[in-house]
Design a protein around this ligand. Structure first.
Ligand code: GUN
Length: 292
């Protein structure tokens, strides 16, 4: 069993991005600038945005974090996104999800200028991705593809079973795995909370991508020996043995599943750091495209 080490791979990719930014500036390019919007103070969202802002500093990007009270109205938030669209200094915009219930995430994302949509969530980005046209890919599926590429894992012809059909992970993952460029060419099954006989399906998988948001959901009896397991889950559970009283676990029962696998991503330090890489790659691309 080999661990797919997100910290190691992301450090490697970040070094490349850092050098690319230096080269870009040497030819007169300006620092890529990411603007992040955070509404409210959800602790997980705070942590994710914190990592993104920190990574910008590490890579020589500029970043702006705009924080808003959860009482902000949808109209006010749309106006804030439009200001960022019109700000020539900003290359990429991300709105951290989830948003409060009184705000439509769709309406906010639809407002982002597709040229600055570095999360790849806008319908234009998603449509282009589906058609195989160059665009910003959603950061998590993009990061997973970068990880497969790094470890030279060729999924061509393999049966990949994706668990979870979200717009930001499960569904785009199926598109990227099945497209006819490397790494791709896989045969993909998308499963979800209403799938019957899920374990029967996952036991036929060469690759399982777990993105359902439920701790320990993928158990050893669901995994064929030799399978590759990618765990996208980030779930905080109580743990009295920890000083903080809690710890992060994925969607996979790691201790029992890992010994069966050919490759597996841990949580933390698996997919999480790769998501940041995907976002940073997109932001650099946005900056270069805007300048050209
Ligand atoms: N919430 C959970 N994952 C993501 C992500 O990749 N981007 C944004 N903006 N919000 C998220």
């Amino acid at each position: 069993m080999q661990i797919l080490d997100g910290t190691l791979v992301s450090a490697h990719i970040k070094e490349q991005i850092k050098q690319d930014v230096i080269d870009w500036q040497a030819t007169g390019g300006k620092k890529p600038h990411l603007a992040a919007i955070l509404v409210g103070n959800n602790p997980a969202s705070e942590a994710y945005v914190g990592h993104k802002v920190k990574s910008c500093a590490e890579l020589g990007f500029e970043s702006t974090l705009l924080r808003f009270d959860p009482s902000i109205t949808e109209t006010e938030l749309i106006a804030e996104v439009k200001k960022l669209n019109d700000n020539a200094d900003v290359d990429g915009i991300l709105v951290q999800l989830p948003l409060p219930n009184h705000i439509s995430g769709d309406n906010i994302i639809n407002t982002i200028d597709p040229a600055k949509d570095v999360d790849g969530f806008h319908p234009i980005s998603q449509g282009k991705m589906m058609l195989g046209q160059p665009t910003f890919l959603p950061a998590t599926p993009y990061g997973i593809m970068l990880m497969l590429e790094h470890y030279n894992i060729d999924v061509a012809g393999m049966h990949c079973v994706v668990i979870g059909r979200s717009n930001i992970v499960g569904t785009p993952m199926t598109i990227l795995l099945s497209r006819n460029t490397k790494p791709g060419n896989a045969t993909v099954t998308l499963t979800h909370s209403r799938t019957k006989n899920l374990a029967e399906i996952t036991r036929t998988a060469d690759v399982i991508v777990a993105a359902i948001g439920k701790p320990f959901f993928v158990t050893a009896d669901m995994v064929r020996p030799g399978a590759i397991v990618i765990d996208v889950g980030i779930n905080r559970i109580d743990d009295a043995t920890k000083k903080s009283g809690s710890r992060l676990v994925g969607d996979v029962d790691y201790d029992n599943v890992a010994p069966l696998c050919s490759y597996i991503t841990p949580v933390p330090k698996g997919v999480g750091p790769m998501t940041i890489c995907g976002l940073m790659m997109n932001t650099l691309l946005a900056a270069k495209q805007k300048a050209s």
